[in-house]
Ligand binder design. Structure first.
Ligand SMILES: Nc1ncnc2c1ncn2[C@@H]1O[C@H](COP(=O)(O)OP(=O)(O)OP(=O)(O)O)[C@@H](O)[C@H]1O
Length: 218
């Protein structure tokens, strides 16, 4: 089944009366990649967190398949996957454990979780690091572990926040190919990025500036 993600006139505030996003609307469609660009502090992470159901807008709504998201639990049950900017990995677990634990928590049997973990780490080129503690991995290897974890969940919506920032050119190209493969299997992919080449690899681009959004490429 394919899904669509609609952001309808969303305003988000961290402090009452000081919106970080103002009246932002955009739709992300199944099978396509949407880039969210803009300078540091423009609100890219805030928008992805609202899309993920982590932040509740003060007005407007985020909907998947026309049904508004209630909160993060609702978003998880509707297969909205967020790969966060800070990776969100448990540093005292291995790369493999980080992926596997999340899969089991999402209903995979231990055997399926083991298989999907091995496949996903292989896709990002980390098979040899599966048993290594996250705190022993480089920044780019940690970033790829978080990507492997997000990809393994096979979301209907995949929200990737600055997932190429620590990667060399070859790994960046590999990750963009993997995100494209997610879109090709029917996911809505949203990529927040500073990287102009990564943005150019997407089908559409939403540019944020001072909390307002403009669709610069549809
Ligand atoms: N938890 C928070 N509490 C208060 N203000 C916040 C919080 N998180 C972000 N902000 C503010 O919201 C604005 C947008 O931040 P956000 O992280 O969404 O920007 P960004 O475009 O992702 O930036 P970057 O490219 O540097 O990651 C910034 O002014 C930031 O200081």
């Amino acid at each position: 089944m394919t899904s669509s993600l609609e952001v309808d006139r969303v305003t988000v505030e961290y402090t009452a009366g000081a919106p970080v996003l103002r009246d932002v609307s955009v739709a992300a469609q199944a099978g396509r990649m949407l880039a969210v660009t803009g300078p540091s502090g423009a609100g890219k992470t805030t928008l992805l967190r609202a899309m993920a159901g982590v932040l509740r807008p003060v007005s407007g709504a985020v909907a998947v398949d026309g049904k508004p998201l209630r909160d993060r639990d609702d978003a998880v049950s509707r297969r909205v996957v967020l790969i966060p900017q800070d990776n969100g990995l448990a540093t005292i677990l291995t790369a493999g454990e980080n992926v596997q634990v999340v899969l089991v928590a999402n209903g995979f049997s231990p055997e399926d979780a083991r298989r999907a973990t091995a496949e996903s780490l292989e896709h990002v080129g980390l098979s040899a690091q599966a048993g290594q503690l996250v705190e022993e991995l480089s920044g780019g290897q940690q970033q790829r572990t978080a990507i492997a974890r997000g990809l393994a969940l096979s979301g209907a919506v995949l929200l990737a926040d600055e997932v190429t920032s620590e990667l060399d050119a070859a790994n960046r190209a590999r990750v963009l190919d993997l995100l494209r493969a997610e879109a090709d299997r029917g996911a809505c992919v949203v990529l927040a990025t500073h990287d102009l080449e990564a943005a150019a690899a997407c089908d559409a681009e939403l540019h944020l500036l001072d909390g307002a959004a403009e669709l610069v490429r549809a």
